[in-house]
Design a protein around this ligand. Structure first.
Ligand SMILES: NC(=O)c1ccc[n+]([C@@H]2O[C@H](COP(=O)([O-])OP(=O)(O)OC[C@H]3O[C@@H](n4cnc5c(N)ncnc54)[C@H](OP(=O)(O)O)[C@@H]3O)[C@@H](O)[C@H]2O)c1
Length: 323
């Protein structure tokens, strides 16, 4: 990555900022972060108010609101089970959301746009930790290849807009995220919220044995969503280059270690078993975050503190969370 791509350029706190997906895990954290940093003109729409799959509505929204900056955190997102079962939805809906939003943003002269992808864009067998330059160097993990291809298309669209129109739009690739506002649905959630829900329910129901999917051996990295939001603002104010930037903590844990930490945080004392007949997914997924670290940003929330905070949020919102 070109070091010259990191140049401070602060954003106008009074500019109109559209946070697409502002009720989601990432979008809501970005909204909180921007508010706390003094942004005064944030706009968001729920998917019911504005379906980003509807091209005409998206163009109508942009021409009426004319946002100056856009954070594209709206997407169809899910865990292994959902990705594996509904590849058409993950491919088609994400492509539509991205293409419509970026096309409308371009037509309406949006100055800065941040597109969010995911670590699943990197090849299944790429060397670890995953460097930005490994993009498009090998085959994808088949359980989420449809989602990954949509996200890769998004990165390419940002690069194409930069090349053809010279706009300083950028892309960031977060590792696995978690935190307040996560999706705790039993079928659509990622591993961290799924474990929190499962073990919290086991404590409440007095369950003696909890069975988890897979072997527990895959290694994964987890970034608190407040750290992610802070990295997004950092990039918008400091980075201007075509290459996507990895955002993570730079270290990983096994799913088994994660399950044990979650179990002890919620107070579960029963047995933990693993169903090895279920897919594990990629054996290891650790981001190389040295580019972002060299530019001056590192994560600050520890995994233990983040899990404790997320469990507390889950318990406070048990009756109102999604799913
Ligand atoms: N969660 C992770 O671990 C993770 C990791 C890496 C990357 N990311 C990336 O971060 C971004 C946000 O993920 P997230 O975890 O915040 O997902 P999320 O919690 O499921 O939120 C996604 C948001 O997108 C909105 N949305 C979905 N379909 C829409 C549509 N057709 N029209 C308008 N809005 C729509 C939803 O709006 P409503 O609530 O109004 O329906 C929702 O608030 C995604 O690009 C994802 O790839 C997430």
């Amino acid at each position: 990555m070109d070091p010259a791509a990191f140049k401070p350029q602060s954003l106008d706190r009074d500019a109109k900022v559209y946070v697409a997906g502002h009720r989601g895990l990432v979008g809501s954290a970005i909204w909180r972060k921007l508010e706390s940093e003094g942004f005064t003109n944030l706009i968001g729409r729920t998917s019911t108010e504005l379906d980003l799959k509807n091209r005409d509505d998206v163009f109508g929204f942009f021409s009426e609101e004319k946002p100056q900056y856009v954070v594209l955190a709206a997407a169809k997102v899910g865990g292994i089970m959902a990705n594996n079962s509904y590849p058409v939805d993950f491919l088609s809906e994400n492509l539509q959301i991205q293409v419509n939003t970026m096309d409308a943003a371009l037509e309406n002269d949006v100055e800065r746009l941040l597109f969010l992808g995911s670590s699943c864009i990197y090849p299944k067998l790429a060397p670890q930790p995953l460097k930005e330059e490994y993009l498009l160097t090998g085959h994808l993990e088949p359980t989420n290849d449809a989602y990954a291809i949509a996200k890769i298309a998004g990165i390419l669209q940002v690069q194409a807009v930069r090349r053809q129109y010279g706009k300083p739009w950028i892309s960031a690739m977060p590792t696995n995220l978690y935190g307040p506002g996560d999706n705790f649905s039993p079928t659509g959630s990622h591993v961290m919220p799924a474990l929190i829900r499962r073990y919290d329910e086991a404590v409440r129901d007095g369950t003696e044995t909890v069975v988890n999917w897979g072997t527990g051996s895959p290694l994964r990295e987890f970034l608190h969503v407040d750290d992610m939001a802070s990295a997004c603002l950092f990039l918008l104010e400091n980075y201007d280059g075509p290459e996507q930037v990895n955002v993570g903590v730079g270290s990983d844990v096994s799913i088994k270690e994660l399950a044990e930490t979650v179990a002890s945080t919620v107070g579960y004392t029963g047995r933990m078993e693993w169903d090895a007949s279920q897919p594990d997914g990629t054996p290891r997924k650790l981001m190389d975050v040295s580019k972002l670290a060299a530019a001056g940003w590192t994560a600050s929330v520890s995994l233990e503190d983040g899990i404790r905070q997320t469990v507390d949020w889950f318990r406070d919102h048990r009756d109102s969370f999604r799913g």
